[in-house]
Every structure is written in structure tokens, then in C-alpha cells.
Design a protein around this ligand. Structure first.
Ligand code: BTN
Length: 321
């Protein structure tokens, strides 16, 4: 059964009387009024229509666990331990806690906002409430640490497939796994490892952040975009997006476990935004032309000394200006 909240009732943008809302929520009219005031204080625009009731003015894209679940295959509905949270420090941190506590074998955490969203290289990830997708999955990966670089790359392919399935096109991948379009970053993936390598298996937390509706962000130091601005004709909803990302992610992880990175190289290369560009790595010590990835997931630069692989996580790669 779907959980009923004040905002889910108002989402149809009709006028609802305080009495009807109170009845549907099983609370008093005073409690409804308090909830309205709280939502307004958080920035949701709700109009009070004299003698009639309340009407939602803001465009809301509510996250609802049941709606995400309904959009998943029955096997995934059964296997995943999906939670949708309001506020959290970081969905990656929350998955880590759940794995540690042995609460779930396949935890998936989605949140409406993150107080301490984590990006790669210790950066902050802008995570305002209600606007974007913040989603993390806890996975057990076979093949030890050496499999991880490849794994991190194929997650980018999974997110790209998820967006294409919803109608997007022209998606670029920036090594190792940033999502780009129109020369602007709209999504990123943070892969973290938890615990020790045991019996050739390692616990991996894959966190995915996608800007969906965001139009303003403080402290982001590179050109960025959101799905709604890049593909304005697609009616983006975070529930549908989350289901599509989880579906593709699980499919890609299975494919990766069976065939390794080889099965993805061609697809990854087709979306490589660095290919053929003059690049620099190792703080400018290494210069060369972008030549795509190798079988270990390294990025290859054609330099004066020949083809040199750059390892994920070691060095950042930039276009030479
Ligand atoms: C990057 O720097 O490009 C990676 C960004 C990853 C952000 C996501 S949002 C969901 C998950 N939780 C986090 O704290 N970070 C990742």
C-alpha cells in the first residue's frame, strides 16, 4: 500500500479542504495546518484558498518507495532491500552502515537530500532537497580489488543505458565515470570499498548522483547541467529514473561478473568525451592524445613514448588548454 503524506495528496494540484486532508491522513485539522506551515517553511509553495482549502503551487517530484518498486521487475522487487529516506548524511554512508549491521544483502538507499553528499577525490556533492537523484547500492563483487577499476567504468555505462531507456540521447562519459552532455557534467558516480577482501569477494558501495531538476547550485566549480535542461521534452520523474538506474545497474553488474570489462569496451568508447583530444595527466607531466580504455579500465594516452595507460583513481585527466 502506498504511504499517504500531505504532499502526495496535494500533488494533483487541486484544491483540498483541510477537512478532507485531515480525514485522508487520519489526523486533526490543526495537525494538517501545522504540516502545511512546515512544508511552506521548507520552501514548498502551498496556497491557502479562502473558504476552500489548500492548493499546491510548486512543481513537486516526490520520491516514493512504492512507485520505484512498482517500476522494477518482480525479481528485483524481491531481491533488493530498497529504502527511500528524507534527509541523510550520504546515501553511500547509509548503505555502508546497513551492510555493516548485516541488515541487508542488497541494500539500495535513495534520499531526498544529503547533508554531506560525497563526491570523488574528497569533494562535496551538491545535494539540495527534492531536486536530484541520490542513490547508492551495496554490492558484493567477485574478482577482488583488481576488478574494481573496470566495475567503476561499467557503472557509467549502466547509468547511460538507464537514461537512454527514458529517451535521452547524446550522453558522454568522462573517464572514469562522469556523465556529460553538451560539455557539462550532469551526473557522477562514487565507488567506495568497505571491509576486507574475503574469499576473493569485496563489498562495494556504488553511489550515483544525477542532477534532475536543479537550476542553481552553490560551490560547483565546473560547468554543470540537469536532465530537465538538457532534455526538456522528457517528463523526468525521480521515481522512474531511480527504477531505470537500478534495473540497468543490476543487469550490468551481472554482465560484468560473467564477461568482465571486455563486454563493455566498445560501448564505453562510443561515449568517450576524451577520445582524440589533447590531454594531460600527472599534474601536467604526461601529455598525449586520448585513445580510450584498455582491458583493465585504464585510460590510454598516445604520447611521444607510445601508448601509456593512466590508472583510475591515481591521476586526474584534463583537456589541455
Ligand atoms: C563525483 O564526484 O562525480 C561522484 C559524485 C557521486 C555523488 C553520489 S550522490 C549519491 C551517493 N552518495 C554520496 O554521498 N555520493 C554519491
Amino acid at each position: 500500500m502506498k504511504s499517504t503524506t500531505l504532499l502526495s495528496l496535494l500533488q494533483d494540484r487541486r484544491i483540498h479542504s483541510g477537512e478532507a486532508l485531515a480525514r485522508a491522513l487520519g489526523v486533526s485539522r490543526t495537525a494538517v495546518w501545522k504540516q502545511i506551515r512546515r512544508a511552506q517553511a521548507e520552501g514548498v509553495e502551498i496556497a491557502t484558498i479562502r473558504g476552500q482549502g489548500y492548493q499546491l503551487v510548486s512543481n513537486l517530484d516526490l520520491l516514493e518507495r512504492d512507485t520505484v518498486l512498482e517500476a522494477l521487475d518482480v525479481e528485483l522487487q524481491r531481491d533488493l532491500d530498497l529504502v527511500v529516506l528524507g534527509d541523510v548524511d550520504s546515501t553511500n554512508a547509509e548503505v555502508g552502515r546497513r551492510l555493516k549491521a548485516g541488515q541487508a544483502t542488497l541494500p539500495v538507499v535513495i534520499a531526498d537530500s544529503q547533508a554531506r553528499g560525497r563526491g570523488r577525490r574528497g569533494r562535496h556533492w551538491a545535494s539540495p532537497r527534492g531536486e536530484n537523484l541520490y542513490l547508492s547500492v551495496g554490492l558484493t563483487v567477485r574478482g577482488g580489488f583488481s576488478a574494481l577499476d573496470g566495475m567503476s567504468l561499467v557503472l557509467g555505462v549502466a547509468v547511460s543505458r538507464a537514461l537512454v531507456a527514458l529517451g535521452a540521447n547524446g550522453i558522454g562519459l568522462k573517464w572514469p565515470n562522469d556523465l556529460f552532455s553538451d560539455n557539462r557534467k550532469f551526473g557522477g558516480i562514487l565507488v567506495e570499498i568497505q571491509g576486507e577482501l574475503q574469499d576473493g569477494e569485496v563489498q562495494v558501495i556504488a553511489g550515483i548522483g544525477i542532477n534532475v531538476h536543479m537550476t542553481q547550485a552553490e560551490g560547483v566549480d565546473q560547468p554543470w547541467a540537469s536532465l530537465a535542461t538538457l532534455w526538456p521534452d522528457i517528463p523526468w520523474t525521480r521515481n522512474q529514473l531511480a527504477a531505470s538506474v537500478v534495473t540497468q545497474l543490476m543487469a550490468v553488474v551481472t554482465e560484468f561478473e560473467q564477461h568482465g570489462i571486455a563486454a563493455f569496451i566498445e560501448e564505453w568508447q562510443c561515449q568517450d568525451i576524451f577520445f582524440g583530444k589533447e590531454l594531460m595527466a600527472r599534474e601536467g607531466d604526461l601529455l598525449g592524445r586520448g585513445c580510450g580504455i584498455d582491458q583493465a579500465g585504464n585510460y590510454q594516452l598516445m604520447t611521444d613514448q607510445g601508448l601509456i595507460p593512466v590508472r583510475a583513481g591515481d591521476i586526474s585527466l584534463r583537456v589541455r588548454s
